[in-house]
Design a protein around this ligand. Structure first.
Ligand code: EPZ
Length: 420
């Protein structure tokens, strides 16, 4: 199993490019199931999660073509021969976002058999809101033997209200509603930028959607959708992760093919920590102070501070000047990185969904274990500033969500090596 070896102490400087957003690409690739015409996507990140989803779509009968060379980030999907609306446990267990095929399959085929995703390191991750919404739209849904079985001749528009803000729940129901008979209104909808990127792609395919980006999304069902070409938005969490890595090392970097849009809450906190940040049209620059000032955070749905940046901020607070309080309000078990950071010498005390972090002058390199995608990113940041060598095990977690992480860090001057 691959490991990452980091020699701490290098200031990150220079420039690297940000890839397309994983959490936009995953639902948007599923949108291709809604039409018989080919759909082309550009700026698709080359990640394990994307590869897993494309394998799943191919198993359903979707024709998958991927570009090569300079077009390696281009994917064309042709679902005209879609004949197997099934997502097996073997596929779904490796990538829980596979649940995003449920809504499109029910809308396009009138039926779907999708394995329950099950939990993961950060929480139980139920999908009851996805199911409740489809039932409200007229689908017969049974959950048997670990699978969601949904059936309906044609979904009917309905007024839906999710019990909590759910990103993929909103995305699944929005996609399903595109081909329903009548209007669907999703209240308490997720406002994440990735939901908006999906809506923009669906509208380009002929869907009639208004309100994406607000907490009330209206979808007027149509008979069918057509093909389009859509460019995936930049990955705001990858952007935030590299900003944190540079900030922790007292560095000065420029990130291209991205922007500060959709990162206000994160940028505010980095500026409070003492960083200078300059936004350009499709780039963002950060210059960090010698040592950061500790900043407290509280995660919440967009546009508030994103839960996917919580672990990275625990890492920068571990070496900042002062004490910080970190509150995680979205997932019930998203502090797995804390015990690993403590192995590196971090002073962190956990009390339920609250972590108290007292900054220390130096961390010491050690062998640590990645447990989930963003926890792994926080260990990379800590390894960059720790004294000596840090070895991060189980870095397949990183490969799921960060394209060419080792190369990009090396571009920025980090001393990092992948060990087989
Ligand atoms: C999406 O997960 C992201 N994944 C997550 O990113 C992100 O952390 C999360 O949204 C929150 O922003 C993708 O977009 C592929 P939720 P999702 O449904 O949609 C509860 C990463 O690191 N809930 O918004 O699965 C749920 O348990 C990943 O890139 C229900 O109870 O998250 C959680 O406590 C990690 N029932 C809360 O709502 C449901 O039916 C928010 O979850 C759905 C959700």
């Amino acid at each position: 199993m691959d490991k990452l070896l980091i020699e701490g102490g290098a200031r990150l400087t220079g420039e690297t490019a940000i890839s397309g957003a994983k959490n936009a690409a995953l639902p948007i690739l599923c949108a291709a199931l809604l039409t018989r015409e080919p759909v082309t996507f550009t700026n698709v990140p080359q990640l394990n999660d994307i590869g897993t989803l494309l394998k799943l779509l191919a198993q359903m009968g979707v024709k998958v073509s991927r570009g090569s060379g300079d077009d390696a980030d281009t994917v064309t999907l042709d679902a005209s021969a879609l004949d197997n609306p099934v997502a097996t446990y073997e596929m779904v267990k490796t990538m829980r976002a596979s649940i995003l095929v449920l809504g499109p399959l029910v809308a396009r085929c009138g039926e779907a058999k999708v394995s329950l995703p099950g939990g993961c390191a950060i929480g139980a991750r139920p999908v009851d809101q996805h199911i409740k919404g489809l039932q409200a739209m007229g689908a017969q849904v049974a959950v048997e033997h670990g699978y969601v079985h949904a059936k309906v001749p044609r979904l009917k528009g309905a007024r839906l209200f999710t019990d909590m803000v759910t990103v993929t729940g909103t995305e699944n129901l929005m996609m399903a509603a595109c081909l329903a008979d009548g209007e669907t209104v999703i209240e308490n909808a997720a406002r994440e930028p990735e939901v908006v990127d999906l809506a923009n792609c669906l509208v380009a395919m002929g869907a009639r959607i208004s309100g994406a980006g607000t907490d009330v999304i209206r979808i007027r069902g149509v008979e069918c959708l057509s093909g389009t070409t859509h460019r995936i938005m930049p990955d705001r969490i990858e952007t935030g992760t590299y900003l944190c890595a540079a900030a922790a090392t007292g560095g000065e970097i420029r990130l291209t093919r991205t922007s500060s849009a959709y990162l206000d809450a994160v940028i505010d906190k980095l500026m409070d920590a003492g960083c200078d940040i300059v936004s350009e049209r499709d780039a963002i620059r950060l210059k960090a102070p010698q040592r950061l000032t500790a900043v407290s955070i509280r995660t919440s749905p967009y546009p508030a501070f994103p839960t996917d940046m919580q672990a990275q901020f625990m890492a920068i607070n571990a070496v900042a000047n002062g004490a910080a309080v970190i509150r995680e309000t979205i997932f019930e078990n998203r502090f797995m990185h804390a015990v690993e950071l403590q192995r590196l010498g971090a002073d962190i005390r956990i009390d339920g969904n609250t972590a108290m972090v007292q900054g220390v002058a130096r961390l010491q390199g050690a062998t640590v274990m990645a447990t989930d995608l963003r926890a792994s990113a926080s260990l990379v940041i800590a390894g960059l500033v720790a004294e000596g060598e840090t070895v991060i095990e189980r870095i397949y977690h990183l490969d799921r969500g960060y394209e060419r992480l080792g190369q990009k860090l090396a571009d920025l001057g980090a001393r990092v090596r992948r060990l087989a």
